[in-house]
Design a protein around this ligand. Structure first.
Ligand code: ADE
Length: 252
């Protein structure tokens, strides 16, 4: 199983929990380990669709990954999705793909597809792990403290499932996020990698699932507290979801 994240803080929190050996390939370090009886390879994709796509291809071709799971942060595109909430992707779309008039807007040329679906059973496992962690956070005062510091009520955090958009742009303007929402009304969140990972996994027939913690509202204040939120909340929380996901596998 392959584990991917885009930001160094997110991957570090995962690596801290396993005793992994590094293997350098190109400009990526792939960390291989046995984690609670599961063979895993964890890697920092870096940010953006190309970085995520090439990393995914290496995971599959070089490391023989048969499942890929991505964890990271995203900006919200829906009023019901708040900072601190968790979104499990059911489908992914590249919001910056536009080969019109040769192909319909958003369609990935020569695939007949705009959206890539995530794997249902892998996503269900991820959802179970995320929901277990959510209950723990609600019950754990120490973790509450972190959330509260950032003005997020831990008791209010929710789990969502749905469409996530990806593109090579950090969305930090209310105008752009409203346009994205207007064009894709069912979109819950926006980030910069997973639709590309999903496309590569689809090319190779490899199951893919993704979990994103909402770090901002993809508007004019998106940059505020972004680093702090990742460091103190999203990275440890995301790693906890992944650890719970792996642990659940090892006991079933
Ligand atoms: N990842 C986290 N927040 C994001 C945003 N606002 N835009 C794109 N990617 C993100």
């Amino acid at each position: 199983m392959a584990l991917m994240s885009a930001m160094p803080q997110e991957l570090s929190c995962i690596l801290e929990r396993l005793d992994a050996k590094p293997l350098q390939l190109g400009s990526r370090t792939y960390w291989q380990a046995q984690w609670m009886g599961q063979s895993v390879v964890a890697v920092l994709s870096r940010i953006g669709k190309v970085a995520a796509a090439t990393t995914t291809a290496s995971l599959i071709e070089h490391f023989g990954a048969t499942q890929v799971v991505f964890s990271g942060v995203a900006g919200s595109l829906d009023q019901r999705v708040q900072v601190g909430d968790v979104v499990i992707a059911t489908e992914l779309l590249q919001h910056d793909m536009d080969a019109s008039p040769l192909f319909p807007r958003y369609e990935i040329p020569l695939t007949n597809k705009s959206c890539f679906l995530t794997d249902q059973s892998l996503s269900l496992e991820l959802k179970r792990a995320a929901s277990q962690c959510l209950q723990e956070v609600r019950a754990n005062m120490q973790l509450h403290g972190l959330w509260d510091q950032l003005g997020v009520q831990a008791k209010d955090i929710c789990l969502h499932e749905g469409l996530i958009l990806s593109g090579d742009q950090f969305i930090s303007s209310a105008k752009i996020s409203s346009e994205l929402k207007l064009n894709q009304p069912s979109a819950l969140a926006v980030e910069m990698e997973c639709a590309a990972v999903a496309q590569v996994c689809d090319d190779f027939g490899v199951p893919f699932a993704a979990v994103r913690i909402i770090s901002d509202n993809a508007n004019d204040s998106a940059h505020m507290d972004f680093e702090k939120f990742i460091q103190t909340v999203a990275a440890p929380y995301g790693a906890h979801v992944i650890e719970t996901f792996v642990k659940n596998r090892s006991i079933t």
